[in-house]
Design a protein around this ligand. Structure first.
Ligand code: C2O
Ligand code: CU
Length: 489
């Protein structure tokens, strides 16, 4: 039966891909790219704490003229404002939920106490306000925030709940990098989408086991986007905020560009490249050089390491997409040359690892187990470094995200990682047949009763239970037993 099904699947895939439904190179780019507003702190407390307000709410947005789509957003109809803070800042976010269902807000990439993490245990009921606070203690980086209710994350993100959280520090501020937000430093939140009449179509379609795949993309909630630029060098903060789709970013003229940062901040030195693959949840900062008067299109190119390619193609006939057109002004402001040295990595190298753990990724669960809210799977000791070896032989693409930490990739299939993975990471793509060895350091604080999670960031897989929990404890302490339902905030 399996063989017959596989043969049938292959035939369907052939049928599907034979039709030329690709829209690459045909884009009109008729819409000006929206830039999410920078959130201003609503107040600054006497001790310097910056207070931000985020309201999760339902709305409507006209993505296509004349069609109003029901959406969710933070402080607006769709997506959310860009939060921004500096290393050393104390921040507090008042998260108010005016939706008619419970959700959470997770600070993806942030090092912070487990109770402030916004994972599945920090549920915010309708009408309630949850107020996490923490001190920013990590390098400048492009992080993001999104809901994390167990079993419903895919839908909540897809409806529009996502935003960027930018961190700055003195070292990055002193570097001659493009840094005028919305001018030469652009947030690029990439999501795939599908419409059914006026509304979003959230359906996973026929035989898709990777989750929802849309048939077109949008950036910052703008379909067919273009952006005028006036500087020679433009920094793009790429965030793959799609629920399942992986992109291989490049430009239509195959120009080389410079990658300067990974998930957790600046690389040690810039990396020249033509393609950069990002799976859901991953970020990268790139700098592209523009010539006066030209147009160039950021595109996603076909990917050959995608596992069962026929399966992923069902969402869009082709995995190529025109993402964003950059239109250079007739005269460009000169930009300073990029520095040769960017930053010092603060991720561990694994030499002081006290423990090795192994994670086998399967859609049916990690290490053979599905997520259980009241079970802590791994207990780590505060102040120690570990190596985690993560393996995917499951026949389909997965990725792996760990809360609270930025880690270093030590090995990919036994070899040193490619340059674009030699930086601080919190999410890594593991196509079928990949094993990665990671070094992670757990700084705490210890909280035996409140776990963090690790999971596949293909959100359908996460919702289906491809997630586990770890608690950070003091040496000799035992993990407690968290609440099965997740405490309401
Ligand atoms: Cu981006 Cu556990 O999440
Ligand atoms: Cu997965």
């Amino acid at each position: 039966v399996a063989v017959l099904l596989a043969a049938f699947g292959g035939w369907l895939a052939w049928l599907w891909t034979s039709a030329d439904t690709s829209t690459v190179g045909k884009g009109s780019f008729g819409n000006e790219l929206a830039i999410p507003p920078l959130a201003e702190p609503s107040r600054v407390k006497a001790d310097g704490t910056k207070v931000f307000d985020l309201e999760m709410r339902a709305g409507e947005k006209e993505f296509r003229s004349g069609q109003r789509t029901k959406t969710w957003g933070f402080n607006g109809d769709h997506l959310g404002p860009t939060l921004r803070a500096e290393r050393g800042d104390k921040v507090e976010v008042r998260v108010r939920n005016t939706l008619d269902e419970s959700s959470t807000v997770h600070w993806h990439g942030m090092h912070l106490p487990a109770r402030m993490d916004g994972g599945p245990h920090q549920m915010v009921r309708p009408g309630a306000t949850w107020t996490p606070y923490w001190k920013i203690d990590q390098p400048a980086a492009t992080l993001w925030y999104h809901p994390h209710p167990h079993g419903r994350t895919e839908q909540h993100v897809q409806r529009g709940l996502a935003g960027m959280f930018l961190l700055d520090d003195d070292k990055s501020a002193a570097l001659p990098l493009p840094k005028k937000y919305g001018v030469d430093d652009l947030p690029v939140i990439v999501q795939d989408v599908k419409f059914d009449g006026a509304e979003f179509d959230h359906g996973r379609g026929l035989m898709q086991n990777v989750g929802f795949l849309g048939d077109r993309t949008m950036v910052n909630g703008t379909l067919d986007p273009h952006r005028e630029v006036r500087d020679e060098l433009v920094r793009l903060r790429l965030l793959n905020a799609s629920t399942a789709r992986t992109y291989s970013f490049g430009f239509d003229d195959n120009r080389r560009y410079t990658q300067i940062a990974t998930d957790g901040g600046l690389l040690e030195r810039p990396v020249q490249t033509e393609r950069l693959q990002l799976s859901p949840g991953e970020r990268a900062e790139i700098v592209v050089r523009m010539r006066a008067g030209e147009r160039t299109t950021l595109r996603s190119f076909p990917q050959d390491n995608y596992g069962d390619a026929w399966n992923t193609r069902f969402g869009g006939a082709d995995d190529s997409f025109d993402i964003l057109q950059l239109r250079a002004a007739e005269a460009l402001r000169p930009s300073p040359a990029l520095p040769q040295k960017l930053g010092e990595l603060e991720v561990p190298d694994g030499s002081d690892a006290v423990r090795a753990r192994h994670f086998d990724l399967k859609k049916s669960g990690i290490n053979g187990r599905k997520m259980a809210m009241d079970r802590i799977d791994e207990t780590v000791t505060r102040g120690t470094t570990e190596t985690w070896t993560v393996r995917n032989t499951n026949g389909m693409p997965h990725n792996f995200h760990v809360h609270d930490v930025q880690f270093r990739v030590l090995e990919v299939n036994g070899k040193i990682p490619p340059p674009h993975l030699r930086g601080a990471k919190d999410t890594v793509f593991l196509p079928n047949g990949t094993t990665m060895k990671l070094a992670l350091r757990f700084e705490g604080p210890a909280d035996p009763d409140t776990p963090y999670v690790y999971h596949c960031h293909l959100l359908y897989h996460e919702d289906e239970g491809m997630m586990g929990q770890f608690a950070v404890v003091e040496k000799g302490q035992r993990a407690g037993r968290p609440d099965a339902g997740g405490a309401d905030g």
